[in-house]
Design a binder for this molecule. Structure first.
Ligand code: B12
Ligand code: SF4
Ligand code: SF4
Length: 375
């Protein structure tokens, strides 16, 4: 059994074990964050930039420092998995009849894969040390990016995500909190310099300042986290992005050092590489669940997904897709009906006027109400 106060050689063996389990990066941080990180979190939440993500504010005190979440934590093992794409993820933005699904979501759900690996590493570490530990990926109240910077995996770039010298913007993060005091690695420093590529490419101007994101304006938030109709001011800028957004990540010059992920599970599924919008809009609940089994996309449910697809259809300029929207005017979901009205107002306004006139005569208030709500 290793002495937790003097774990000689343990760190090297953790690294070896983590690599054998498929982690591409592994480094150690002290289980603490500088007060400035908590202050940044406060500034973000106090200005309401989290939008609908009330859970970020609810867990504020536990989130700002690892020991707030688990007082016994002494070290954090921060792990990264490379999910680098093999092609330019922005190419599909030039194909308006197709949907753009962000790189992180085009393969299998990383939460499942990384959690499984973290648990395997955790079991091994618990057996080696006899010390308690906890594993986290994404959903827990943990500030993963500042911890990764403190461990030296990379730095929080101006786009607010962690940038690695080795993997560019394409690194998933996960952590093991342990009661062992492991020797920490050196933190990484900022290498953004005068670059502002991520700031200028953002289609919705979601960065009020470098290193700050207003999530309410971010297409990733709008397509994944936001539940209601997407505010009118962002619909055109969404283009054909139907789940997440990669623009600010993809333009980062540090990606030139990145390589394609070796993890087959993160390779894009053929049917999610530039899928036809017309097919996706026709998914009912059962077909949606089948298509997205094992994918992070399943979390948003069919209605929100079809909402996103309809916005892309409305932006396509393809009048031949108007029929797809028309067939959704009577959908069970008010969210989908509302977006269908918006699409028709863009692609076939005359057809919409005739439909509305007929519905008015039939005293069908349903679609008329949606029309008033969403436009
Ligand atoms: C909430 C969340 C989101 C939200 C909000 C993102 C955000 N920047 O806050 C939304 C839905 C928009 C989102 C989008 C994405 N996400 Co996300 N997300 C998270 C989550 C769950 C929490 C992040 C968080 O703590 N936000 C709170 C704010 C306060 O943090 P922050 O922006 O980093 O702010 C810091 C500074 O910017 C500063 N600050 C912020 N505002 C202000 C204001 C002022 C005045 C001041 C002084 C300072 C300041 O202070 C903060 C502390 O350092 C993490 C997982 C986790 N538990 O950490 C994943 C995570 C960050 N997401 C991830 C990914 C992959 C994405 C996307 C790329 C997905 C996609 N392709 O669509 C996009 C990227 C968009 C972007 N440019 O950030 C990965 C990033 C991996 C990496 N290499 O960094 C993470 C780590 C998940 C994981 N385990 O891998 N995400
Ligand atoms: S993910 Fe897209 S919308 Fe969000 S900040 Fe980056 S470029 Fe802007
Ligand atoms: S694009 Fe430029 S400014 Fe943005 S994170 Fe990368 S290096 Fe930093």
């Amino acid at each position: 059994m290793v002495d937790p106060e003097n774990p000689d050689g343990l760190k090297a063996r953790i690294v070896e074990q983590a690599r054998a389990l498929g982690f591409d990066a592994v480094r150690i941080a002290k289980a603490e964050l500088a007060p400035a990180i908590g202050e940044g979190l406060d500034a973000y939440l106090d200005s309401g930039r989290q939008g609908d993500m009330a859970w970020l504010a609810r867990d504020r005190d536990r989130r700002r420092d690892p020991r707030g979440l688990w007082p016994e934590a002494r070290s954090v093992i921060v792990l990264g998995v490379n999910y680098g794409p093999d092609a330019d993820p922005l190419e599909v933005l030039g194909r308006p009849d197709r949907g753009a699904i962000s790189v992180y979501a085009a393969g299998k759900d990383y939460h499942d894969i990384i959690k499984r690996r973290l648990k395997a590493l955790g079991r091994w570490l618990a057996a080696e040390t006899g010390q308690p530990l906890k594993v986290f990926v994404d959903t827990a109240p943990v500030m993963e990016k500042p911890l990764a910077q403190s461990a030296g995996l990379g730095w929080q770039g101006k786009h607010t995500n962690l940038v690695s010298r080795e993997f560019g913007s394409w690194l998933f993060l996960g952590e093991i909190f342990t009661a062992c005091a492991l020797p920490p690695d050196l933190p990484e420093t900022d290498h953004c310099g005068t670059c502002d590529a991520c700031q200028t490419i953002c289609p919705t101007a979601a960065f009020p300042a470098p290193y700050q994101l207003d999530a309410r304006r971010c297409i990733s938030y709008l397509t994944i986290e936001h539940k209601g109709p997407i505010p009118l001011e962002f619909r055109a800028a969404m283009g054909n992005r139907i789940y997440g957004c990669d623009d600010c990540l993809a333009v980062c010059p540090w990606n030139k050092f990145a390589s394609q992920t070796a993890e087959m599970a993160f390779h894009p599924r053929a049917e999610l590489t530039a899928p036809r919008l017309a097919d996706l809009a026709m998914l009912d609940d059962a077909a949606f669940r089948t298509l997205f089994a094992g994918s992070p996309i399943k979390r948003i449910g069919r209605d929100r997904f079809v909402r996103n697809v309809l916005i892309a259809i409305g932006n396509s300029g393809a009048a031949e897709l108007a029929g797809v929207a028309e067939s959704l005017l009577d959908d069970n979901s008010p969210l989908v009906r509302g977006m269908a009205v918006w699409v028709l107002s863009r692609l076939a306004p005359r057809r919409l006027a005739i439909t509305l006139e007929r519905r008015d005569r039939e005293k069908d208030e349903n679609v008329l109400a949606e029309w008033r709500d969403v436009t």
